[in-house]
Design a protein around this ligand. Structure first.
Ligand code: ADP
Length: 262
């Protein structure tokens, strides 16, 4: 069913997040074990200092709380199933998922968000926007194995008649995700949105990340395109109609490439 498929894509995205998150959990567990050891050492010392024990125990609790927060964010992300478009502020969806993104891309990549100061609302399911951001962040991470910058910015965008091939003139919200990664050669750009197209070896890619992004954006009445420069990086640009819009419940059409390069 559609719900099941949606869920699977979510679990897939979660699986791809797992690498960075496992690393962070490992760090938190390391802190917990270390400070628990300090507590025991202090407690068993000839003159135990209760203040030191309390301070160390507090570190254990803090690390535990960080772990709980992260788990909650992951569960929230995994559980959302039914697509329910609402009028929402894209900037606040980005803020909601920022921590999760930061954990999953790892410390070697710097996440920079540049939200527009004034942004009209869009009509979208917030869970789908989170999924879109996760998919694009995972791709950016995979393109920057030795580190780099991931920039997420939003802006208002007004399209004049004839300015865009797929979109009617009017007000749009532009969401851009840019990385300073390896980029793509033109033949990969051409095929990037194709379902099951992947260049990732050893079963690391499903080829569904960008196809899912395409589906989400199209269903919301928007468009997505990408530009990429081998060796310099990739920018994915999403345009979503501003304001409260009618959503068609029709199935998502097959990808029509709006990709370009250079
Ligand atoms: P997957 O990530 O599972 O391979 P996607 O549909 O998300 O599937 O991406 C398809 C292909 O497009 C990737 O295998 C990769 O070659 C390329 N790609 C996507 N995003 C980026 C990016 N940010 N930088 C470089 N290449 C990318």
């Amino acid at each position: 069913s559609e719900v099941q498929e949606h869920r699977n894509q979510r679990l897939e995205a979660l699986g791809q997040l797992a690498g960075g998150i496992a690393h962070d959990f490992n760090n938190m567990l390391g802190v917990i074990v270390n400070y628990a050891n300090f507590v025991i050492e202090e407690a068993e010392s000839p003159e135990p200092d209760l203040k030191t024990i309390a301070a160390d125990a507090r570190q254990v609790i803090r690390a535990g709380e960080r772990g709980t927060d992260l788990t909650h964010q992951l569960l929230k992300f995994a559980r959302r199933e039914v697509v329910r478009p609402v009028v929402l502020d894209l900037n606040s969806v980005i803020t909601d998922v920022e921590e999760l993104l930061r954990h999953s891309i790892g410390e070697h990549i710097t996440l920079i968000t540049r939200p527009a100061e004034v942004l009209p609302p869009v009509t979208c399911d917030p869970g789908q926007i989170e999924q879109l951001l996760v998919n694009l962040a995972v791709n950016a991470r995979d393109a920057m194995p030795s580190g780099g910058n991931l920039v997420i910015d939003t802006a208002c965008s007004r399209l004049e008649a004839g300015e865009h091939t797929d979109l009617a003139p009017g007000d749009y919200v532009r969401l851009r995700i840019s990385d300073s990664g390896q980029g793509m050669p033109p033949d990969v750009v051409e095929r990037a949105f194709e379902p099951f197209f992947t260049t990732k070896a050893n079963g690391e890619g499903t080829g569904l990340g960008l196809a899912t992004v395409y589906g989400i954006v199209t269903q919301a009445g928007g468009s997505v395109s990408l530009t990429s420069e081998p060796g310099l990086g990739t920018t994915v640009t999403v345009l979503l109609p501003a304001g409260a819009i009618e959503q068609e419940a029709a199935p998502v059409p097959a990808p029509v490439l709006t990709a370009g390069h250079g």
